[in-house]
Ligand binder design. Structure first.
Ligand code: HEM
Length: 508
């Protein structure tokens, strides 16, 4: 009798709990989204271009969409208003990053800024970046580096006059040279295997390409952790391998910097960003100790963040322009008028070149390098636009989709830089229809340097050269397909033929 009583009581209790849980689930209002499958969630709907798959789904489910990647809840924001809700209204709640394999294996277990979870380590690192590395005084103090490298860039292009070149190789070399000199003090890569450096330029480029690709891949083990140990796509193996190559590079750079620090003793003065970071690592007053992995992680962010992003954007810009020669004509008219034909474009000229600026904005609208920004993570339960978003949800902001939103842009699929002339839209995170650098707490700290490098490269490419396609190529042959990664690049590199436009003495 007594046992029957307990069985009845337990059944009544279970029924009550079931009802309560059910009520809780029913009262949670999730954003619209496709029905998900057990174990895989909605991964069956995702193709090799993640941003385009999400864009297509958002056409059905709307500007805020709920999906499951494996067992992980994912929310995708695809309109300026939803981006604003995440990055401004609820900025603090969404200021963290999911702990994905890329951060664990390529940035010393999240010892950098880009992958670090929201917290004191990240906050201190951002402060170091903003005050000691990206302040306008610091950026001004390395202006001569940018000027010298742009001169070498145009000289190298001049030497290739009349020949087909892979444009991105040249722009990347210039950007990598600028970033290496600013961050590491010198280039640390050689032009060929005969020179004695730790890596050649081609090896370094290949390492960066691999790093960017692996930082953007959809690694199944991240979303279905029970499959993680199998590393089905082989990405984790590749992450560990590329990290090993970078680690050897960072060890070499730090060894050289520490040796100078030791040799100069009291008289040591920081000359580059690695010096600044090493000084910080010795600072006992730091709230969170910066160890060697931290110095390597920060250096890694600066080199990776600054190189590929800027050259990818310039390559997209030139691809669009070559398809519409009248735009090149309009840009060169502006350059002839403002700069003349006896000097190169300088940073001080940028405010007087609104059409060049509009070309860059239009490029970042149609081809934002970070098509999904970097993933954000909800630190608390939160309500966005009336929908419940649970703590632990990964949030993607689809800037590629926002750039194609016909509610915001007229004729969104056409490349028309004129749309920005006289329009008050900048790229500094205040206008949510154009967010190439993100917005809010996680916004790109290097945007100012990135803009300087892109404007100089594009301005001088257009000012210094006529651009033709190779003999057998026609405008219709220029393919605009993408490869998805942390920076989304052209599938096929742009191959073009430069011809000088200015007097010969300027190229030496
Ligand atoms: C054309 C140039 C660039 C573009 C388009 C770009 C874009 C971005 C984007 C979209 C983010 C993520 C924002 C978010 O999560 O919401 C980001 C973050 C970041 N960028 Fe850039 N970036 C550029 C240049 C640079 C440069 C020159 C550096 C450094 C030398 C840099 C370093 C970083 C770092 C460290 C972060 C992580 C910030 C954090 O998580 O707190 N970027 N960038």
């Amino acid at each position: 009798m007594e046992s029957l009583f307990w069985v009845l009581l337990a059944s009544a209790f279970s029924l009550l709990m079931f009802k309560l849980l059910n009520t809780f689930h029913r009262t949670r209002t999730l954003p619209p989204g496709p029905r998900s499958w057990p174990l895989i969630g909605n991964l069956n709907l995702i193709g090799h271009l993640l941003h385009q798959s999400l864009h297509k789904l958002s056409q059905t489910y709307g500007e805020l969409m709920y999906l499951k990647f494996g067992s992980t809840p994912v929310v995708v924001a695809s309109s300026p208003e939803m981006a604003k809700q995440i990055l401004r209204t609820h900025d603090r709640i969404f200021a963290s990053r999911p702990q994905l394999a890329a951060g664990r294996y390529t940035t010393y277990n999240y010892s950098d800024i880009a992958w670090a979870p929201f917290g004191p380590f990240w906050a201190q690192g951002r402060k170091i970046y903003l005050n000691k590395i990206f302040s306008s005084t610091k950026l001004d103090s390395c202006k001569h580096i940018r000027v010298e490298e742009i001169r070498s860039f145009v000289s190298r292009l001049h030497a290739s006059s009349g020949n087909s070149i892979v444009l991105k190789d040249h722009v990347s070399r210039a950007n990598l040279s600028v970033i290496s000199r600013i961050v590491l003090g010198r280039k640390y890569f050689s032009e060929s295997r005969d020179e004695k450096e730790i890596v050649t330029f081609d090896e370094f480029r290949e390492m960066l390409d691999e790093l960017f690709l692996l930082n953007g891949v959809l690694n199944v083990g991240d979303w279905m952790p029970w499959l993680g140990f199998m590393d089905l796509q082989g990405y984790v193996k590749r992450m560990k391998a590329v990290c090993k190559r970078f680690d050897r590079f960072h060890d070499h750079v730090l060894e050289e910097h520490r040796a100078r620090m030791k040799a100069e003793g009291e008289g040591f003065e920081a000359k580059d960003m690695v010096d600044v970071l090493l000084e910080m690592a010795d600072d006992p007053s730091l709230e969170v100790k910066l160890d060697t992995n931290g110095v390597k992680g920060f250096t890694h962010d600066l080199i990776a963040g600054g190189t590929d992003t800027a050259s990818t954007t310039v390559e997209w810009a030139m691809s669009e322009l070559i398809k519409q020669p009248h735009l090149i004509k309009k840009a060169t008219n502006e350059l002839n008028r403002v700069i003349g034909r006896e000097r190169w474009v300088e940073e001080a000229d940028f405010p007087n070149l609104p059409f060049i600026d509009s070309i860059l904005k239009e490029t970042m609208r149609l081809h934002p390098v970070a098509v999904l920004l970097a993933p954000h993570l909800a630190l608390e339960d939160c309500i966005v636009a009336g929908y419940d978003i649970a703590k632990g949800t990964t949030v993607f902001i689809n800037t590629w989709s926002i750039g194609r939103d016909s509610n915001v842009w007229d004729d969104p699929h056409s490349f028309r830089p004129e749309r920005f002339l006289g329009r008050d839209v900048d790229v500094k995170g205040q206008h949510f229809e154009l967010l190439p650098f993100g917005s809010g707490r996680r916004m790109c700290p290097g945007y100012n340097l990135g803009l300087k490098m892109m404007r100089s490269a594009l301005g001088n490419l257009l000012h210094g050269f006529h651009w033709n396609l190779g003999q057998d190529m026609k405008i219709e042959d220029i393919d605009m397909e993408e490869v998805y990664g942390l920076s989304t690049q052209r599938k096929l590199p742009l191959v073009v033929v430069p011809e000088p436009r200015l007097p010969a003495h300027l190229y030496n």
